[in-house]
Each structure stands twice: as C-alpha cells, then as structure tokens.
Design a binder for this molecule. Structure first.
Ligand SMILES: Nc1ncnc2c1ncn2[C@@H]1O[C@H](COP(=O)(O)OP(=O)(O)OP(=O)(O)O)[C@@H](O)[C@H]1O
Ligand SMILES: [Mg+2]
Length: 348
C-alpha cells in the first residue's frame, strides 16, 4: 500500500457530526460539526468538540456556528475551514499527501450544493473528490448487499435530514429527502416545553432530553428527569420534572413527517420490490435511529418490519470507507465523479 493510498479518506459530512474514515484504518475521527468564531474579526477560535461546548453559552463577541444546518452547506468558508482542520488532524505528523476523498452528501442536494462540497474538499487539500448519496453510503455501511437484484429500504435519520431510499441492483430506485430529523426533534421539544410548561430551554437541553427520555413509542417503564430552564412568566430559573411519555406528544409532528415520507415512498414502489422489503425489513440508520421506539413506531404504522442497523451513527462513514477500499471496482448512479462529470455503475 502506497502512502498516497494510506491517506485516502471517506468523510461523512453531517449536519450534526463529521466522521472521517481512513483507508486501512477505519473511523479515526468523530467530532461535532460546530465552529466557534469571533464575531468582529471572523477569527476561528475552536472547531469540533471544543466549539460544541460553547453552543448557546457564548459571550456576545463569540458565535458557535453549525455551518451545515439542514444538511447543506449554509456557510461555505466555515465548512472549508472545518474540513481542512479535520483532514489535517487525521493526517497527523505524516507528510500530508493530497488524498482521494469520498464525501457523503444528502440525496436531493442541488448541483450548486454538490459543487460547494467538492470545492470545500479540494480547498481543504483533496486531490480527487467523489460524492456519494447518503442513503447509498448508509446501506453499504449497514452491510446491505445493494448490488443484489432484490429491493431493500433504508431510512437514515440524521441531524438535518431524513433520507429514505429503495435500493436494488446497485442503485437507488426511489429516494427522497426531507429536512426533518434530529434538529427538528430538538426544536419540537423546545416548543413543547414553552407551551406546556412555560419553560424556556436551549437546544442543547432539548437534545439531552431527547436522548435521555425521548420516545417515539410508549415505554414500559416511565422515565423522569429534571429539566432546568427559565420560567417565561416569572423570568426566573426553574427546574421541573418531565416524564418520558410527554415526549411522544412533543415529537409527534416531526415523527409524523418522517412516517409520511416512508408511506409516500411505498405508494410508488413497484410491487416486486415492495414484497422484497416486506421480507427484509426497513433498515434504520443515523443518530435518529437511536430515538427510543423509532423502529417500533415505523413498523407499527407501515406494517412492515423495521430494524436498527448495527452502530447506526457510523454506517455512512463505514459506507464511504467501503467504497474507498474498492474505489476502482465500485460505483453507480450512486457515486459522482465530478472530474469525469458522470456517474458510474456499481459492480461490487
Ligand atoms: N440516543 C439518541 N436518541 C435520539 N437521538 C439521538 C441519539 N443519539 C444521537 N441522536 C441524534 O442524532 C442526530 C445526529 O445524527 P447523525 O450523526 O446521523 O447526523 P448527521 O449525519 O450529522 O446529520 P445529516 O445526515 O442530517 O447531515 C442528532 O440530532 C442527535 O441528537
Ligand atoms: Mg448523516
């Protein structure tokens, strides 16, 4: 293995977190997609985990930004710096050769958005960039043999987008992406707490509630946690006890949107593929797959079995890695080689 190959990397450029896979090594970096910037000068103060700790807690002259909100690059310069920082970090003390990079983008991104991902990656030091759609990478990472003449369905619930796709013979037969995922869950919890409890909480607190007591399906045993915020009537700090079953109400709206997306896809699925999926089940990936009861919620409402992939948060990064390991063999409507300007076929 040459040094250049050693440096080839796969990147899951997610809204919530960035994962980097290095060929031959596996996942070597996992950090939040957050950057702390000094407002006046635009100087970057921290990137990744250090910056995340500052979210919602910064003094007036510092902002903690999430440059990839909603699964697209909303702040190009900052994204480029973020990629640069992480690529540099994984190259460590090695002389930094320009790597080939496979980057995962959400399905449904526009050409302009694709271009900006490619530009940011090149600016950050990549020699050649391949783009792969999120549901394809997720499916490969979940261990699904997507080249088989058999339909499989993947639902990736990330931070910014939920991507659902039906895959067969190496490509996506149908795919759709909605901007409803983990971030929307958090926002819904913030709204619920304001409406039901007159308590103003931050998004980080909401996320913590989601992870600890969030539920898409009733739990056998109720959980309770103390939630601290600011009472909207008195204006003073307050702590209240919140029960897990309240979270089902709080999350109703985004959960219904995701369900609707899956249902709509089934309506246009050819019957042969639909019957394959009824057998193999819907595979859930992404951090949102970890919301308690997500699999049961989807299964119960679609009457199709549903299972959570092993290590759902890493599936996309593992998928980009598998593609990287086989870059010369792989490909499809799934991978876009921007230099050649065309899509290849997957022949796994
Ligand atoms: N145990 C958990 N329960 C519920 N949600 C969780 C859990 N763990 C992580 N999450 C949520 O998963 C989301 C992040 O998932 P993931 O890392 O797959 O997103 P991403 O790939 O960065 O985003 P995207 O694919 O939309 O660009 C966050 O909203 C996070 O709060
Ligand atoms: Mg993702």
């Amino acid at each position: 293995m040459g040094l250049l190959e050693f440096n080839d990397v796969g990147i899951d450029l997610g809204t919530a977190s960035v994962l980097v896979y290095v060929k031959g090594k596996g996942i070597v970096l996992r950090e939040p997609s957050v950057v702390a910037v000094e407002k006046l000068t635009g100087r970057i103060l921290a990137i990744g985990e250090d910056a995340r700790k500052m979210l919602g807690r910064t003094p007036g002259n510092i902002v903690a930004l999430r440059p990839l909100r909603d699964g697209v690059i909303s702040n190009y310069d900052i994204t480029e710096r973020l990629l640069h920082h992480f690529l540099k970090k994984v190259s460590g003390t090695h002389v930094f050769f320009k790597p080939r990079v496979v980057v995962c983008v959400p399905s449904g991104v526009t050409e302009v958005e694709k271009r900006s991902v490619i530009d940011a990656t090149e600016e950050a030091g990549a020699r050649h960039t391949y783009l792969i759609e999120e549901p394809i990478a997720a499916a490969i990472g979940a261990g699904i043999d997507i080249s088989a003449p058999r339909g499989s369905m993947i639902l990736d619930i990330g931070g910014g987008t939920s991507d659902v796709a039906i895959l067969s013979l190496g490509g996506a037969v149908l795919s759709s992406s909605i901007k409803v995922a983990g971030d929307k869950f958090d926002e819904s919890i913030v709204r619920y707490m304001r409406k039901k409890h007159n308590l103003l909480i931050g998004e980080r607190t909401a996320e913590e509630m989601k992870i600890r007591i969030g539920s898409a399906y009733p739990r056998k045993e109720q959980l309770f946690i103390d939630v601290k915020g600011r009472n909207l009537i008195s204006g003073l700090p307050q702590a209240i006890v919140v029960a897990s079953n309240e979270m089902i109400d709080a999350l109703e709206e985004p959960l219904q949107s995701i369900l609707e997306c899956v249902r709509t896809m089934f309506e246009s699925t050819p019957p042969e593929l639909a019957s394959d999926i009824t057998e193999s089940g819907i595979c859930l990936t992404g951090g949102g797959a970890l919301l308690f009861g997500m699999d049961r919620f989807i299964a119960e409402h679609t009457k199709v079995p549903c299972y959570i992939a092993e290590d759902p948060v890493s599936c996309v990064a593992i998928g980009t890695g598998k593609v990287l390991e086989n870059i010369d063999k792989f490909s499809s409507g799934a991978i876009y080689d921007y230099k050649r300007g065309d899509y290849f076929e997957i022949t796994q």
